[in-house]
Design a protein around this ligand. Sequence first.
Ligand SMILES: [Zn+2]
Length: 297
Amino acid sequence: MIRRIRRWVEPWLPRAWRKGTPIPDSLWRRTVASLPFLESLNLREQNKLHKLCAHFLQEKEFHGAHGLEVTDEMAMSVAAQACLPLLHIAMPDGRKPPRSASALEWYDDFVGIVLQPGAALARRETRDAAGVVHQYEEALAGEAMDRGPVMLSWDEVSKAADLASSGRNVVIHEFVHKIDMRGMAFGSGADGAPPLHTKALGSDSIEAAQAHWRQTMSRAYNDFQEAVARAERFGQPAPWLDPYGAKAPAEFFAVCAEAFFVQPEAFAIEFPAVHAMFDAFFRPLARTKPLSVPKKR
Ligand SMILES: [Zn+2]
């Protein structure tokens, strides 16, 4: 009886008093074994990720679009990938998370996660220099709406293990957009710079941390845009990172974060400065030493 009352009451309690949704061991083991970038975590990290997932699954609501039935396997897979960027991150205000699941505060602005069977078509509008409005449809593998739900294509999510070899991950991409959007004025959109606190990135002021972030990202973004343009126009070898990152600074941040979490060694070689900065932002609480970066050949 007490357990039944607790199950009914628990979602209404503050996060610190909740235990989260129980995750069957077999489901957890299958999820970790199915994703190479989770399997390579050490046991302490996997246990922490498990706690984050238990709370994530309790707090978020999954919806299947176009008749898609969301199974426990699907929700578990999304939860584990969405929580990976939170594993060693500080709280948005820079504090050390007081409990394992506290870092979920980064995702507090929304509840819904919509899984589409395949890519979703979004209507877009642009206005050209002559003032003519052009309407078109864009196929999306995912979308994160400011203070709104996250949409993901299950077709894309289900390929996560294979796509990891090329540094891609749609779940991490969309949830990093959420981290980027945190604290922004409504309607202003992600800009590729997450909120930084005074001590972030080893700086002694917010302004210094922001300047360091801006300079590091804009230098890498400009180089990447040039490399993508050279590949498209002159047939030079395409960069290893997903060229979608050349679309806008916010996309560059999300695409880099995908590679940082699922192909850290390759990302460290290609983008050593961004890798070091991401290590300071996403992993200030990591007990393991940062990855040693091999020299670029
Ligand atoms: Zn994006």
